[in-house]
Design a protein around this ligand. Structure first.
Ligand code: HPA
Length: 258
């Protein structure tokens, strides 16, 4: 079944939930839930902590569809794993994709529980989801890939709420192993503020498909070597709800302005 045929309403905005951010689901007044397994092209649910479903409903009165769980490059080595799902969003009339993720801090000004607007990214994974795409549209302009006007909505909302929202550069590492301390030092020198294992391929695909992107990271840990807490997926999931609650409040206020 196509996504378009299954949605309860006609949303313009889709929200992709990152690891440990399932609590953001509570933002949405649910009209229907559709398992990825019932949707053409959607990924098989693979990552622990995600239901693998599309939730159709409203957020602060605005029709949205929420993707609980994404396919990651580290699951299969396919950077384009989310391409069919993003094409389905476009075909369903979505024009804006809000991405969320859990990330490690490399900027010493950030700590676990903080939230960061992604203003730009660095692709350190050595993969691109458009590899093999034939049309010349594959040469996507990545200037302002993260929509500055939509990002400003999030910053304005955060300020109005008195929530500190950092803004910075997200570096994509392939994973699934975490970075080494030397890689974290490298990422900092290259200009990254946060590191993670997602989001970047989806941003490239969205821009290819003509979808606007706004993205935010929830900081769950200090990058390897910067702190004492051992890194694990359990630690990520356990720490994500702290920043997740801040991000939820920001989105609740910002989405009606988008
Ligand atoms: N590195 C990569 N991905 C992550 C991290 C990290 O430190 N924390 C949460 N996701």
């Amino acid at each position: 079944m196509t996504l378009r045929a299954r949605l309860a309403n006609r949303p313009r905005i889709a929200l992709i939930l990152g690891s440990g951010l399932a609590p953001l689901e509570s933002l949405v007044t649910v009209e229907s839930r559709i398992a990825y397994a019932d949707l053409d092209g959607f990924p098989a649910a693979g990552v622990s902590g995600h239901a693998g479903e599309v939730i159709s409903g409203t957020l602060a009165g605005v029709p949205v569809c929420l993707l609980s769980g994404r396919a990651h490059f580290y699951e299969t080595g396919n950077a384009a794993a989310m391409r069919p799902a993003l094409e389905a969003l476009r075909d369903a009339g979505i024009d804006t994709v809000i991405q969320t993720n859990a990330a490690g801090a490399v900027n010493p000004a950030m700590e676990p529980g903080d939230v960061m607007l992604i203003e730009d990214h660095i692709n350190l994974a050595g993969a691109n989801p458009l590899t093999g795409t034939l049309s010349d549209r594959r040469f996507v302009d990545m200037t302002n890939a993260y929509d500055p006007a939509l990002g400003a909505r999030l910053l304005d909302a955060a300020e109005a709420l008195g929530i500190a929202l950092h803004a910075g550069v997200y570096a994509w590492f392939a994973g699934p192993s975490f970075e080494t301390p030397a890689e974290i030092r490298m990422a900092r020198r290259l200009g990254a503020d946060a590191v993670g294992m997602s989001t970047v391929p989806e941003t490239i695909l969205c821009r290819y498909l003509g979808l606007k992107v706004v993205a935010a990271s929830v900081i769950t840990n200090l990058g390897a070597g910067l702190g004492d807490t051992p890194l694990s997926h359990a630690q990520t999931q356990q720490a994500a709800p702290i920043g997740g609650a801040k991000l939820a409040a920001i989105l609740q206020k910002a989405v009606p302005e988008m």
